[in-house]
Design a protein around this ligand. Structure first.
Ligand code: CIR
Length: 252
């Protein structure tokens, strides 16, 4: 059970972040509304939410997930792999310090939290443009010292591992076609996102409830078979900056 989440308000500089999405610029006011709905949903799921002020320096700073990996035992402050984002983690550490002992990923290791999928006490660590082998090894060693297991998995498509694969409960992973047959995921049931709905692979499970991005009906229909409560949230403005539901919070 998660009891808390940390989120960070998007800044007026939201459109200056990194993106590969060929979409128009995000609208600040709309993003703030979507962010508000996101917080409201987390609270309705019983979480206490710490909201950090926006960053004048880092336009991607509201994607807090990338700055830390938090388990019941420890908060690992990451070393984000994009130079333009490295530094965001410094504002997150003092908040996490209130709740957990702290460990750090150090150079030359880099990790983005978006590459780390926790399934019970197993951690998948995606090796991507943001997370390197050395970072994965450091993180894995820390996790293993608390009786967790971990494996790496290459991320050749999408920004992060969790852009494509997420745990949706009941031993089931929601996957995009690129990861559907990956041998590292063989021991799980799979639900494949709907056709052309890869963005919906970034679906968020919190305390047996699912938050899914709005506008992906085929995926939603497939997820209904899990018989979990589902809340749909409009993520249009964050999608324009390659962000999704998991990116906007650290849950623990
Ligand atoms: C970036 O490129 O780093 C941001 N524009 C998006 C980060 C999304 N974070 C995530 O998937 N965990």
């Amino acid at each position: 059970m998660f009891t808390r989440a940390i989120v960070r308000k998007p800044g007026k500089n939201i459109a200056e972040g990194i993106t590969t999405a060929n979409l128009e610029q995000p609208d600040y006011d709309k993003a703030i509304d979507q962010f508000g709905a996101y917080i409201k949903t987390l609270k309705s799921f019983g979480l206490t939410v710490d909201v950090i002020e926006s960053s004048p320096v880092y336009p991607d700073a509201h994607f807090v997930e990338d700055t830390a990996v938090v388990t019941p035992d420890i908060a690992v402050i990451t070393n984000p792999g994009a130079a333009a984002r490295n530094g965001e983690q410094l504002d997150i550490e003092p908040v996490l310090k209130k709740y957990r002992n702290i460990a750090h990923i150090k150079n030359p290791g880099t990790v983005d939290g978006g590459d780390v999928l926790m399934v019970g006490n197993h951690f998948f660590i995606g090796i991507s443009d943001r997370t390197n082998e050395k970072g994965a090894q450091q993180l894995g060693n820390i996790l293993a010292s608390y009786r967790n297991t971990w494996t790496t998995i290459p991320v050749d498509v999408g920004l992060h591992f969790k852009s494509s694969v997420n745990y949706v409960g009941k031993n089931t992973l929601l996957v995009t076609p690129d990861f559907a047959d990956h041998p590292a995921l063989a021991s799980y049931e799979k639900i494949m996102v709907g056709s052309g709905e890869d963005y919906a692979g970034n679906t968020l499970l919190i305390n047996n409830k699912l938050i899914v991005p709005k506008g992906f009906p085929e995926t939603r229909k497939k997820l209904e078979r899990l018989k979990l409560d589902i809340v749909e949230l409009d993520m249009s403005e964050f999608r324009k900056m390659d962000g999704g539901l998991t990116c906007l919070s650290i849950r623990f």
